[in-house]
Every structure is written in C-alpha cells, then in structure tokens.
Ligand binder design. Structure first.
Ligand code: HEM
Length: 630
C-alpha cells in the first residue's frame, strides 16, 4: 500500500466535519454498550449500559463513519457503528494489519516472498471487497459531480478534501489508492488513542471528573448540541488527556527515515548521509529527562508552561517535518469531540488493576533482565556449543529426506515453488531431537503436524505484537484484538508437545543420569534444560523462548537465500559446485563437521542473504551508562 501525500483541505474553514460528528455522536452513544470498561450512565440512565464489553470497535467505527462522510463525500452514509457493511469494516481492519507486515517481518519486503505467502492473496481479497464498496463507477460519479461543480463555478465550500481528491486526479485507480491510504492511516490510530484514553480515565477517576466537568461546561445540557470550533478549542483539558495518552502509548510506535544528507547533531556528532534511522517514539515518550515518572498518567504535562520547558521534539506522536501526519488536526478535532461527548454521557470504570506498568507480564517468555538473564544464559549457552554438533548432524540427516520429498513433490506438481515457512518445519523437527531429547523423529511436513506448526507460527505472531504496537503491552487490549486467542494456539502447541508430565519425566530421567554419574555426553542442551531448573514451568519458559527464537529466523534466511540464488544464476552455480565438491557423488553421504567447515562459499551466500534481508528488523537496547562513541 502506497501512502502518497495529498494536500488536505483547510478543514478549519468549514463546519461540516462537526455537523457529521454531531450526527455520528448519537450513533456512538448507542453503540457504547460494546465497551469493555463498565459504563454507568450519568443522569437517569443508571446502569443501562453496565457490564463488560468491547471498546476497540468504538474508535475505529467513529473514525470510519466520520471519515467516509467528511472527507470522501460518501453520501451513502454507511453507519459502521451500527454494524452496516461489516465486510468493508473488516476489510479495513485486516488491510491495516497486513499492510504493515513488511515493516515487521523484513522477508515480506521481498515482493516474491510476499506474493508466495498467503498475505498477497489476502491483500487481493481485501482489495476486491474495498473495490466493491468504493467502486470505479462510484469514483467516476464523484469525479463527474465535482468537476461539474468546479466548471459551473458552484463548488461547495464544504468537503475541501473531496473537492481536491475528485478534481485533481484523472485516474480512478489513483483516487482509489488515495482513499484507502487515508482510511488506512486514520482508522487504527484514532481508535487506539480513544480507546486508551478511556481506559486511563477509567483508572483515574479524578482526572476523569476534571475532563467531564470541562466537557459539561462546553456542551451545556444537551448532548446533541452542535459544537463550534471555538467550543472545541475550549476543550483544553480533554486535549491534554489525549496528548498524555499518545505519550504513554503512541499509536505509531516508531518512525523510520533514510538520512538524505549529512545531519549535524551538534556537539561534534554527525549522522552521515544515507544512514537509516529508526526513531522509537515509544521510548522517546518515556524518557524521564523530559517526562519525570514516565509511566504515570499526568495530563498536566501538556500545560503550555510545561510544554515550553521541553525540547520541541521530545514528543512527536504525529511525527514531524514534511512527511508528518497529514491528518493531525483532523484527528485531534475528532478525538476531542468524541471524548468530550462520551464523557458527558458516561462515567467509565474498570476493574483492571495495573495499567501503568506496561511490562508485558503475562508473557511466558524468558524476557528476564539483568542478573537473572545473565544467569540463564550462562547456564544454557554451553548446550549450543560445538559439542552438540555430532547429534545435530544425525538429526539433520534423519530429517533431510522429509524436506527433499516436499521440494521434489512441489517441483513435480510444477506449481510455483513456495519456500516460505518450509524450512521452519524442517528446523523444528531437528530442534526437537537435538535440543529436547525427543525420542521419535517428528516430521512437521506431515498434514497433522503441519497444522500444529501453523498453530505455532500464528501464536508466535500474536506473542510479538506488544513489541510492534505498544497498546498491546496491556494484556487486556491484546486479548480484545484477538491476539489472546492467537497466542492460545502457541500455548496449545506447547501443551501437545511438552505437557507437564512429559517435562517431569524428562527432568527425573536427566537428574537420575546426573546422580548415577552416567550423564550421556550427547544432548548437552537437553541435559542443562532438564537438570538446572527445578520447576516444570521454568523449563517451559525456556522452551518457548528457544523455539520462537530458532524456527522463524532460520526459515526466513534459507527462504531469502534460495530466492537470491534463483535470481543470481552464477552465484547458484558457484554454490552448487562447492556443494558437489564437499558432498561428493553420493547425495546420501553424511557430512562431518570438517565437511561443513569447507562450505565457505555457501556460508557467504547465507551471510549475504542475512545482510540483504535481515530476519530481525531492529534491535533495541537501553544504554545503562554513558557510552563514549569516541
Ligand atoms: C491519533 C491519530 C493519528 C496519529 C497518532 C497519526 C500519526 C501518524 C504518523 C506518526 C505518521 C507517519 C509520519 C512519518 O512517517 O513521519 C502518519 C502519517 C499519515 N497520517 Fe496520520 N495519524 C493519526 C490520524 C490520522 C488521520 C485521522 C488521518 C486522515 C484524516 C491521517 C492520515 C495520515 C496520512 C495520509 C499519512 C501519510 C502522510 C505522508 O506520507 O505524507 N492520520 N500519521
């Protein structure tokens, strides 16, 4: 999806968005029973909407409903909040999810892998749904209507954006992409902020009361009142609440830039031209130098006198510079109105105990820190040292025919060869035998096991969402967006293969070897895993970590390497000749460690594949003490 920049009309000169919003606000209030916080209505409607429900829909449906009418001149008035056209709403949500996959998993930046993976197909299906709703004939009709208006000199003052959109482009396809770009950019972001603001207000009744009092003073007595721009400007505390929400959980966690020319940072530091820079908004917004007690929700940080004391770029949820968010003002206006009207009508409460500490506590992974992490690593790393190689080779050769069978089968069929998620199944089978002391070789290419492997992949994707979108660091949010269910698949996978009794059996077995001084020399990793921890749950944590770390990464590198080799024939020939030299004439020859060390060119191919498309997009570190870069 290409986000191309369009000039956004001067919204501040029109009252139209407000008019639409005021109509939409009625719908919002009707839909509010979907809320996951408990709502108790102010005034007479006591407890009408009580009970837990589902908030994320609110923000996104407000955004969709508003956007369709205010920017796009979508007269059909689709009421997404009332569940009209759920297929289109779903298409936007799914579209937003997969459009960002290449940023999260770099292998999907390869158009070939993207097209071979299920995502390209899914994206095409989504586009079909979108094109049915935003059809060519609809766009043509709009273009004609707006061009006629322009020619007749009676261009309506309202809907400046639609005016520009439908008159400045001549190609319907271009307009279609502009439409879905703007919808894609606006819906999820607005939704995230509104939903998080309400959650924080539910947690902080005093702040909520202040925001409510302000909303009341601006709205008066009638929820349906039409607010003017001046009214909206008066919602200063509500604005601070939204800003603090975007500080604590920025809807867009990071920005990426390629530096076009040498950038002088002062103090003798220069970022050289062509450097790729990754700007972690989430971390910047939690910098205690600018935001003391960064985990606390304090809207007063955005009082003008406090803002004036900070570096102007310490807080940039909408980014900054020429490629910043084009819809910044629109978003703020929409969110202020929505929040004020919701607070005017409802009081929100929540039973969630801890939302300030955004540590991802429910994770089963060993995201241990400091000494705990150092100790765990010290214990397990010898298990992955050279001493495991012989058993690795045995397992590798046991599993190789499974991989080859699949490769040959695919070639026979003559269909497009899809290396995506192929090597992961192979790597998984090898890991089970070499690292976990698994007795029977597991062929994850077989139908039932392949389904279980898919459970593992889906679950891993869900598990890493909190690192991609900060709002998912709150377990409740993560669950509501379906990732809890996704992650459950990973848990189920682990329970199938590593139930507590199995682990207990293994731990007893390996501890008895140790006691009898009969510790086998092989399987160093299994030996450490099953003897150094006393509780099964702790072993499970290690298993989660090592499996998710080992499988997808290897899969990605081999998949990229094969695609590169297919593209660069000469490189493939060189790699082939080296393989022939080392393996000899008999393909079934078992290679030794010394043989593998001879595969120098193939090693370079793998390294170059990892350089070309790194399996892990970025690394983050918190610098513990001043780091002199010289
Ligand atoms: C809370 C709500 C929102 C936040 C936090 C937000 C944030 C952002 C950020 C950080 C960027 C990336 C800029 C960069 O790479 O430096 C962006 C781009 C963009 N946003 Fe927003 N946004 C929000 C709402 C909206 C709305 C409501 C619209 C449309 C009405 C919109 C339209 C866009 C567009 C079209 C781009 C791409 C701009 C370009 O590439 O030139 N956004 N937004």
């Amino acid at each position: 999806m290409d986000f191309t920049r369009v000039e956004l009309g001067n919204l501040s000169s029109s009252n139209f968005p407000i008019a639409v919003f005021c109509t939409a606000s009625i719908i919002i209030l009707v839909a509010v029973h979907f809320f996951y916080c408990n709502f108790s209505s102010r005034g007479k409607l006591v407890n009408k909407f009580g009970g837990p429900a589902y908030v994320p829909v609110i923000g996104s449906f407000i955004a969709l409903t508003n956007l369709a009418e205010t920017l796009l001149d979508w007269k059909e008035q689709i009421n997404f909040l009332a569940g009209e056209n759920p297929t289109l709403a779903d298409a936007f949500h799914r579209g937003a999810r997969i459009a960002f996959m290449p940023g999260v998993i770099p292998k999907y930046q390869s158009s070939l892998i993207w097209s071979l993976s299920g995502y390209a197909k899914e994206w095409e299906e989504i586009k079909i749904v979108m094109k049915q709703s935003i059809s060519k004939s609809f766009i043509q009709k709009k273009m004609k209507e707006w061009k006629n208006n322009a020619n007749n000199g009676n261009l309506p003052k309202k809907i400046k954006y639609a005016n520009i959109l439908y008159t400045k482009w001549t190609d319907e396809e271009e307009i279609f992409y502009q439409l879905i770009s703007i919808i894609g950019a606006s819906v999820d972001s607005t939704e995230s902020v509104l939903c998080m603001a309400l959650l924080h207000l539910a947690k902080h009744p005093v702040i909520q009361e202040t925001a409510y009092e302000e909303a009341k003073s601006v709205i008066g007595t009638d929820i349906n009142v039409f607010l003017s721009f001046d009214d909206i400007r008066r919602l200063t505390y509500v604005e601070m609440v939204l800003k603090e929400t975007m500080r604590i959980i920025p809807p867009i966690a990071a920005l990426a830039r390629n530096i076009g020319q040498d950038l002088d940072l002062g103090d003798g530091y220069t970022i050289p031209k062509d450097t790729s820079v990754f700007i972690n908004l989430n971390m910047m917004h939690h910098n205690p130098k600018y935001f003391p007690n960064p985990d606390q929700f304090i809207p007063e940080r955005f009082l003008p006198e406090n803002v004036g004391k900070r570096h102007p770029y310490a807080y940039i949820p909408f980014s900054h510079g020429p490629r910043n968010c084009i819809g910044k003002k629109y978003a703020m206006m929409e969110m202020k109105l929505a929040l004020a009207k919701i607070l005017f009508k409802y009081e929100v409460t929540t039973s969630m105990r801890n939302i300030e500490n955004l540590e991802y506590e429910s994770s089963p992974f060993t995201f241990a820190k400091d000494d705990k992490w150092k100790n765990q690593r010290k214990i397990l790393s010898p298990g992955l040292s050279a001493s495991m190689h012989p058993e690795f080779l045995t397992a590798f050769h046991t599993h190789l025919p499974n991989l080859m069978e699949v490769l040959e089968e695919k070639c026979k069929i003559g269909g497009e060869f899809n290396p995506d998620n192929l090597f992961g199944k192979f790597a998984m089978g090898v890991a089970f035998e070499t690292m976990f002391d698994w007795d029977v070789p597991l062929n994850f290419f077989q139908h039932d096991l392949a389904l279980q492997y898919d459970m593992f992949v889906n679950g891993t994707y869900a598990a890493f969402q909190p690192a991609i979108q900060p709002k998912f660091q709150i377990p409740l949010m993560w669950r509501f967006f379906g990732y809890g269910a996704g992650f459950q698949k990973l848990v189920n996978f682990m329970e199938i293969y590593f139930p507590k009794e199995f682990l207990k059996g293994k731990m007893d077995e390996w501890k008895s070897y140790e006691k009898n001084a009969a510790l086998p020399k092989r399987m160093k990793y299994a030996n450490l895993l099953y003897t150094k921890w006393t509780k099964e749950e702790l072993v499970t944590c290690q298993l989660y970590t090592i499996l998710t770390g080992a499988v997808d990464s290897t899969d990605s590198v081999l998949c990229v390497a094969l695609i590169q080799l297919a593209k660069f024939k000469e490189v493939q020939t060189n790699a082939y000749l080296e393989a022939r030299r080392v393996i000899g004439l008999d393909y079934d020859n078992t290679l030794s460690i010394a043989d593998i060390n001879k595969l120098k060119y193939i090693e370079m191919v793998i390294k170059e594949s990892m350089r070309r498309i790194s399996p892990t997009p970025v690394l983050t570190r918190k610098v513990g003490e001043d780091l002199n870069l010289g």
